[in-house]
Design a protein. Structure first.
Length: 162
């Protein structure tokens, strides 16, 4: 007599499927925190880039306009307000209003959580060195970026004629 028992070798057994699912679950469980950290890092970097793109142009404009000011004596810097006259003798006022950095009431940057202007005068001989310091903090999606800037105005002839 011949054994006519036919064995089916195609497909998977239930035990093989369960083992595969358990192993795949373990791999996914180990890689899950890695991907979560990766996505969180991407979000944080995106937030920092967005914050930087908002704060840097505003800071550069403030420093450029103060540097171009011909009359350092007329620059008033106190707290969150900076006042001076530009080259056309038009008064320029930078201030922090309700979380917005404004220039003559026009919003330049939003989400500004801190803004401080300070002025320091140092007399060296007949020269007066006026230093304007700007400290600006902007917060986007819980990420704060602080930017410091400084301008020195030194020209005794220009200052004397103001």
């Amino acid at each position: 007599m011949t054994n006519s028992r036919h064995t089916n070798t195609l497909g998977f057994t239930l035990l093989e499927m369960i083992i595969t699912i358990v192993v795949a679950s373990m791999v996914v469980g180990m890689l899950g925190p890695f991907f979560a950290t990766l996505f969180q890092s991407f979000d944080t970097n995106s937030s920092i880039r967005e914050t930087d793109s908002l704060i840097r142009p505003a800071m550069e404009r403030i420093l450029r306009e103060v540097r171009g000011n011909r009359c350092g004596v007329a620059v008033t810097a106190a707290g969150s307000t900076l006042t001076f006259n530009d080259a056309t003798n038009t008064q320029v006022i930078y201030t922090l209003t309700n979380g917005n950095l404004t220039r003559n009431m026009q919003v330049m940057a939003s989400n500004v959580s801190g803004l401080t202007f300070t002025r320091t005068d140092v007399t060296v001989g007949t020269d007066v060195i006026v230093t304007i310091n700007v400290n600006m903090t902007i917060t986007v999606r819980g990420q704060s970026t602080n930017l410091l800037g400084s301008v020195q105005l030194r020209n005794s002839l220009v200052l004397a004629n103001c």
